[in-house]
Design a protein around this ligand. Structure first.
Ligand code: NAP
Length: 305
């Protein structure tokens, strides 16, 4: 069994850490708000006061943090992992962050003898709890082979996409697919709703199982039908991923018109103070835009108009 460290115990980190404990690994944890660690500590993990202390107690350390600056701070900041005395282990970054910065971080750590695998995931909170996330990994063959037994605890489909940064690049593509799909589902829901002919719930039920089906329709579609936007995946984090996709598209000269609509809707949620809601709340933006475009208010103008 491996001495594992885990930093970042939010929606995704907490269940992944619990699964590593359940698999018999010795776990040392740290996160910004200590109360978020309670459940993991009660399950047998040990608390450490800084990322450096987590690293000193561990052979491999997982990160599950919101954004690129958070990952940089935890690695290179004061009492960061890079300052740990004698940590020559492996860093596995499950956060979704900038692919280019990821390759630079891997290079800087290699100079200190620290292995690095970027391992962003898809599958949401449910996949994290069930330990069946899809993992998109980047790193050297050696680092990936070292990380694999631990990744197999949290994930089911584990793909070694290429060198460090390649995992984050696949994740950017994943978010382009998810965001465009999410937006199309929100629009189809509001279209059904405003037609007055069919409820969004019946429309969703009818198309599930056909060509339009997707995990997104099953999970986010259900949240839209119920109007429950407890995250899940916070809109502000999806908006952060959308910025990464936009940057990658700019750097590669790739048109992403379909996705831009989703990116705008996520930005509007954040700007209107709804960034903590689940990303399925993009349906609220579609409803608001529909109401704005209709002088009668939120009522549909009717199919004859
Ligand atoms: P989250 O619930 O906000 O959790 C992030 C955790 O990191 C929080 O507990 C936060 O502390 C902690 N943190 C932030 N900065 C820190 C720092 N400098 N030092 C130590 N801890 C710090 O987010 P999440 O949903 O778990 O997402 C984590 C990552 O996974 C993100 O990159 C996200 O894009 C990605 N992801 C999420 C999902 C999903 O469905 N949720 C799916 C796939 C990928 P506080 O508690 O104090 O805020």
């Amino acid at each position: 069994m491996t001495k594992v460290g885990y930093i970042g115990l939010g929606i995704m980190g907490r269940p992944c850490a619990l699964n590593l404990l359940a698999a018999g690994h010795e776990l040392t944890v740290s996160t910004r708000t200590r109360s978020k660690a309670e459940e993991v500590l009660e399950a047998g993990a040990t608390w450490a006061d800084s990322p450096a202390l987590v690293a000193e107690a561990s052979e491999a350390v997982f990160l599950n943090l919101p954004d690129t600056p958070d990952v940089e701070q935890v690695i290179f900041g004061e009492e960061g992992i890079a300052s740990a005395s004698g940590f020559g282990g492996l860093l596995i970054d499950m956060s979704t962050i900038d692919p280019g910065r990821t390759s630079e971080i891997a290079g800087e750590l290699a100079g200190q003898g620290i292995g690095f695998v970027d391992a962003p995931v898809s599958g949401g909170e449910k996949g994290a709890i069930e330990g069946n996330l899809s993992v998109m990994a980047g790193g050297s063959d050696t680092d990936f082979e070292r990380a694999l037994p631990l990744l197999a605890v949290v994930g089911e489909r584990i793909t070694h996409a290429g060198v460090a940064g390649a995992g984050q690049m696949v994740k950017a593509c994943n978010q382009l697919l998810v965001g465009s799909n999410l937006m199309a589902i929100a629009e189809a829901m509001v279209l059904a709703e405003r037609s007055g002919l069919v409820s969004p719930a019946v429309m969703r039920e009818a198309v599930t199982g056909g060509f339009a089906d997707s995990r997104c329709l099953q999970v986010h579609g259900q949240r839209m039908v119920e109007g429950t936007f407890r995250p899940g995946f916070k809109s502000e984090l999806h908006a952060k991923d959308a910025r990464i996709v936009k940057k990658m598209a700019g750097q590669t000269g790739t048109p992403i018109g379909a996705f831009d609509v989703a990116r705008d809707a996520l930005d509007q949620l954040v700007e209107s103070g709804r960034g903590e809601l689940d990303d399925s709340a993009v349906i609220e933006i579609v409803r608001e835009q529909a109401a704005e475009g209709n002088p009668a208010g939120t009522d549909s103008p009717g199919l004859d108009a």
